[in-house]
Write a protein that binds this ligand. Structure first.
Ligand code: ADE
Length: 419
């Protein structure tokens, strides 16, 4: 069986950690049990480009239980858990091409190894697999029934492809499901970003000035968790409505240039390039720490940071690079500006990935079942699937809720009753 992992000898450790995560993923577990009986993915080759974590391993095992064969590569050079990759490579029907810290060339070689597998279904996180397929391997596109996309950045790229008329097959935007972005992006990114910063630096957050660039779902999560740790939180935003929400959520809101002067810790979660750049680095305090939790390593301008570091760059701890400016100030960049939560920690906890990956598994089934009716565009996750996942998650958490009475249902569908 084809694979490329760091050390197959890590498989046992990986297997134990995959099982540990499985205990926190009851909704995915239920889907896996059904898939085992119904085999909705029989004969389907899935090409997946996802962060290779214990949670992803449980998704892959669910797809295999459904009858699929899977080839998996990393969706970020720094996010692979090598023990997980080793364990998965020994699962029946799974080809894994992923090594933590792989260089750019290896990253794309691995991505192409997944495409060599000639997938019928693409499962992407960030759209690198889909864009490579569309740019460089067009001859294979006719074999693809459809795909799914995990993250905001990937959905933005897919919509741009659809707008340019180049998207050649249907893709379900898993990110847009309520049971995905309201939970994974907010509580997942919130917790795992703080986890990454703390694991990398061991800094005390209480009493620190913590600057969050971007107040989408990810930014909200990071800001609320930083506040919970006792930090003074500042939000930088470009959308007036979103900035207003941040103000009314009780945060200080100001332009990045002003925040640059006072921040101790900076986190970018904008999904856009250069949220922090030269003009900010020039103003930052000695000792400032910068981390990114957006999908790509473009949010902090590493090139400008390197150019300003005339005093040198050195690795002062694992995942912490110190850049010394001409005036002696030392600025710290975590995880090379890549996703700090996956680079320096383990990504989102399994309990939240349970819902994200339940959406992935059900969306894969949906694409295969409805391939003939779907056209080349970006689809949402069907509402019923999203609602089912919410219901199952509540059940699994042992939370009961009320049901509408007949009288209440009638009231909601009538218009005659007023004051
Ligand atoms: N994205 C964020 N956290 C993740 C995780 N734990 N597994 C896979 N993808 C992720």
């Amino acid at each position: 069986m084809d694979f490329d992992v760091k050390d197959p000898g890590l498989a046992e450790q990986g297997r134990a950690r995959i099982e540990w995560a499985a205990k926190e993923m009851p909704v995915l577990g239920l889907i896996r049990e059904r898939f085992e009986k119904e085999k909705p993915l029989a004969g389907i080759r899935v090409g997946a480009c996802l962060h290779v974590t214990t949670e992803t391993a449980n998704l892959v095992k669910t797809l295999v239980a459904g009858g699929a064969e899977v080839a998996l590569c990393a969706s970020n050079p720094l996010s692979t858990q090598d023990d997980t990759a080793a364990a998965l490579a020994q699962e029946q029907g799974v080809r894994v091409f992923a090594i933590k810290g792989e260089d750019n060339e290896t990253y794309y070689r691995h991505l192409n190894a997944v495409l060599d597998f000639r997938p019928h279904l693409t499962m992407d996180d960030g759209c690198d697999l889909v864009s490579t397929l569309h740019k460089e391997r067009k001859e294979q596109i006719a074999e693809v029934l459809g795909g799914t996309e995990e993250t905001t950045t990937g959905v933005i790229r897919l919509r741009a492809m659809a707008a340019d008329g180049v998207l050649a097959y249907p893709v379900v935007a898993v990110n847009d499901a309520n049971t995905k972005h309201l939970f994974d992006n907010r509580y997942g990114t919130g917790q795992s970003t703080i986890d990454g910063i703390v694991r990398a630096t061991n800094v005390l957050l209480a009493g620190r000035t913590f600057v969050v660039s971007g107040y989408g779902m990810c930014g909200r999560g990071v800001a609320s968790r930083a506040r919970g740790m006792g930090a003074r939180v500042i939000v930088c935003e470009v959308q007036p409505l979103t900035a207003l929400e941040a103000v009314m959520d009780g945060y200080e809101v100001m332009p990045s240039r002003d925040a640059a002067r006072v921040g101790d810790v900076f986190v970018t979660v904008t999904g856009d390039a250069h949220a922090l750049g030269r003009e900010h680095f020039e103003l930052m305090k000695d000792g400032a720490i910068m981390a990114n939790s957006g999908h790509f390593d473009v949010e902090i301008d590493k090139v400008a940071l390197g150019e300003l570091a005339v005093g040198g760059v050195r690795r002062v701890r694992e995942f912490v690079d110190e850049y010394t400016m001409a005036d002696g100030r030392r600025l710290h960049l975590l995880a090379e500006g890549r996703l700090v939560n996956l680079g320096a920690a383990e990504g989102h906890p399994a309990a939240v990935m349970d819902m994200s990956f339940a959406n992935q598994a059900l969306s894969a089934e949906h694409v295969v079942r409805h391939a003939k009716e779907l056209s080349p565009q970006v689809y949402g996750v069907p509402r019923e699937l999203d609602d089912d996942i919410a219901r199952l998650k509540l059940d699994a958490m042992g939370v009961e809720i009320d049901a509408l009475t007949d009288e209440q249902r009638h009231y909601l569908s009538s218009w005659e009753q007023g004051t």
